[in-house]
Structure formats: C-alpha cells, structure tokens
Design a protein around this ligand. Structure first.
Ligand code: NAD
Length: 383
C-alpha cells in the first residue's frame, strides 16, 4: 500500500502528516510513502530528507491523491473547513483518508466525504485505552498547545515570570491559573513551573488533583461538586447552567488574583462552557493575560475572539487557534509517530483488509462504501 502525504492546505498550517525519520518504520512494515514536494518545508523537513529515508517525492497534490491507497493528512476536509473541499474531486472510491476529520462538526461535510466512497478515519475518535495511547494524536497536539499557550502568555505579559533577587530589588513571580487540567492543562502547568511562575489549577474532575500537585501546582478546591464529572472514556461531562454559574462565582476571586489565566476546558461535542465572564476580566489587574485554548470551540472566556488577540479592560485575551501548528517540527514528529503506529495497526502487513472486530479500527472508521458508518457519529447527527 502507498501512503500519500499531501502538503497541508489550511491557511497558515505548518505541520505535515509524516516526517522523514518515521518513513523507515512504515517501509519496514510493508508500506511505501509518497510525499508532495515541499510538504514538510514549513515544519523544517526538506524533500531531500524524505527521499533520503526512502520516500518518493511527487510534484503535485493531484499526483499524490492519484497514487495513494491511503492519504495521510493533519487537517483533512472536515477539520479544514476553508480549503478542504478542494480535495474532494481528487478522492478515489476505495481510497482511505486518515487525519483530523472533526467527526462531530458538520453532518453535511461528512455526507460529502461519504458520497465519494472513501473510507475515512478520524484520529479524534481514537479510543482512550492503553493499547491506543501511542496512536493518540489528540493528546500529542494538546501537549504542544499547552506548552505554547504558556509561552504566548509569558510573551504577552508585561512582567517577568520567575522570582528574581537582584541588586535592583526582588521581583515577585507571576501567578498563573490553569482552568482545565487535562493533557493541555497539565503541560501548561509543567511549562509555567519551568518558567518559575507560581501555578494553581482547577478542574471539574477531582481525579486530577494529585497530577496537578505532582507537577508543583496548587489544586484549587471549590466547594462545588459536579454530578458524574467524568464519563467512561475519561472526558468531562457537561454540567447544567446552575453549576457553571456557581463555578464562575467561586472562580472569580482566584481569577482576580492571577496575572495569567489559561483555559482549556472543553466537553466533547459541546460548545465550551463560559468560565471567565467579562465581569471577571474587569476584576483582573491591568496587563494581565487570558489565553483561551478553547477559542476554537466557542471559548471559555466571554470576551475571546477566535483567532485574534484583543485587549479589553486592559487585559489581553489571546484567542489564537491551532496552536500546535505554531510548533510544527515537534508537532509533526509526534503526529507522524502516532499515525505510523495507527496505520500499521489498521493495515496489518501493508494489506488493505480491515478488521472491524478490532475496537481501534471500528471506533475510528467514519465513512465507508458510500455511507457514514460510525455508530456514535450517526447517533449524534440523528442519522
Ligand atoms: P479535554 O481536552 O476534553 O478537556 C480538558 C480539560 O477540561 C479536562 O481535564 C476536563 O475535565 C476539563 N473541564 C471540562 N469542563 C470543565 C469545567 N467546567 N471546569 C473545569 N474544567 C473543565 O480533556 P483531555 O485533555 O483530552 O483529557 C481528559 C482525560 O483523559 C485526562 O485525564 C487524560 O489523562 C485522559 N486521557 C487518557 C488517555 C488514554 O488512556 N489513552 C489518552 C488521553 C487522555
């Protein structure tokens, strides 16, 4: 089987789905790799690096789609709602498509993809089981985003992060609050600690308290208990508006005491809950920073403008989206490793037959033979 890697086409996207160092593991497993010329340049990988590791470099995008049995992308049509549609005429019946598909995004887009007869696989639907950890691209990208969020905050903040004792006096450390201590939040805590900030964190799932503490963060305890905070897959469950209102009231004081607030709170398939209101932003000191990692999903801060950095009530609110793309070298490397493990699992021995009894295959396959076949996706869109 030939794995084709087109250049990412989403505006500003710098990642690439495969990196040269991962190609040999795929060739050893019975695959061939064909990369579009220039696909890796934005991430720091040159055509000659791919060729040197045994990949073919093809001149055009159309050639990649025409050659590939499996098209591997970061943002394919679905998550790429700006230019992804242009690829549809290039899809071939029976071909496989693997990448971020945003499976709970738009039913129309999924129907478009299904109609072409491609088998599409969504990396977002990777089950959270031990066996699939090495294929979990969502966690990889969250790790990178959490790291980058802290750097953006530090860069925007008019203060130093660490405590310094100098001849010009003592500098007090920056206080950072992380709301949502999942994969991105925990990486943000670790990064903020390395910069010397004093870090506290809060999450609805009480299970994360020890993880926060082990990274040197203080866990903020609110006198508030979420009903079934966590579902069977380890994700937070949605709470009612009464809960969110009470949560905002209680968080207000902690937010006001923070120089930086990083929010990462999302619930799969739902709009992100508003946890930082305009009132709360008004209560922050001038020059403070909010980095809203949930910007793309509607935002945890009421004043977030997705894709932009705005200053409101003297507080900078960073709503930049797709942060993983801003660290493209390692984001691509992590993604490529996840993808290689996943592809080797899906297509054992480089053969196209799928084993639908396997949980990983079944849970990530979205369209096949002209239909949307994923049970949870069908249920979500009432199909
Ligand atoms: P996520 O991106 O869905 O959400 C980010 C965080 O926001 C979560 O910790 C969530 O609890 C929190 N959150 C949601 N609503 C909130 C609210 N109202 N207030 C405060 N916080 C709120 O989650 P994630 O980062 O993908 O990970 C969730 C969990 O799954 C983690 O504990 C992680 O370790 C686990 N996980 C397991 C595997 C595996 O076993 N293979 C893989 C990845 C993640």
């Amino acid at each position: 089987m030939i794995i084709g890697v087109p250049k990412e086409s989403f505006p500003g996207e710098r990642r690439v789905a495969m990196v040269p160092s991962v190609v040999p593991s795929l060739t050893k497993a019975g695959f061939e790799v064909a990369v579009e010329a220039g696909a890796g340049v934005g991430a720091g990988y040159l055509d000659e690096d791919y060729a040197g590791k045994g990949a073919k470099v093809l001149a055009s995008r159309a050639e990649v789609f025409a050659t590939a049995d499996v098209v591997a992308q970061v943002l394919c049509y679905g998550s790429n709602d700006l230019t992804g549609k242009d690829d549809v005429p290039l899809y071939r019946r029976g071909q496989s498509l693997v990448g971020f598909l945003r499976p709970l995004g738009s039913a129309e887009i999924l129907k478009d993809i299904a109609a072409t007869g491609v088998s599409s696989f969504s990396v977002e639907l990777m089950p959270r089981i031990t066996r699939a950890q090495s294929m979990d691209a969502l966690s990889s990208m969250a790790t990178v985003s959490g790291y980058k969020a802290v750097l953006l905050a530090a860069d925007t903040l008019p203060r130093l992060c660490p405590m310094l004792t100098t001849a010009a006096g003592t500098i007090t450390p920056a206080r950072m609050l992380v709301i949502g201590a999942g994969v991105a939040g925990l990486q943000a805590i670790a990064t903020a600690r390395r910069l010397g900030a004093v870090v506290s964190a809060y999450d609805v799932r009480p299970a994360v308290k020890e993880q926060v503490q082990s990274l040197g963060g203080r866990f903020v305890e609110l006198p508030l208990e979420a009903a079934d905070a966590q579902d069977a897959r380890g994700y937070a469950t949605a709470q009612d508006e009464t809960f969110y209102r009470r949560q905002r009231e209680l968080l207000g004081r902690v937010v006001a005491e923070s120089d930086v607030v990083i929010t990462t709170a999302v619930v799969p398939g739902k709009k992100a809950p508003v946890l930082v209101t305009e009132e709360m932003v008004k209560g922050m000191a001038a020059g403070s920073v909010v980095v809203d990692l949930a910007a793309e999903r509607g935002g945890n801060c009421e004043l977030t403008e997705p894709g932009r950095i705005v200053v409101k009530h003297n507080v900078s609110i960073v709503g930049q989206i797709n942060l993983a793309s801003a660290v493209p070298y390692h984001a691509s490397q992590m993604y490529a490793r996840n993808l290689a493990t996943y592809l080797i699992h899906l297509f054992k021995g480089g053969k196209p037959e799928l084993n639908l009894d396997d949980e990983i295959t079944r849970e990530t396959l979205v369209t096949r033979g002209g239909d949307i076949v994923h049970a949870r996706v069908r249920e979500f869109f009432s199909l």
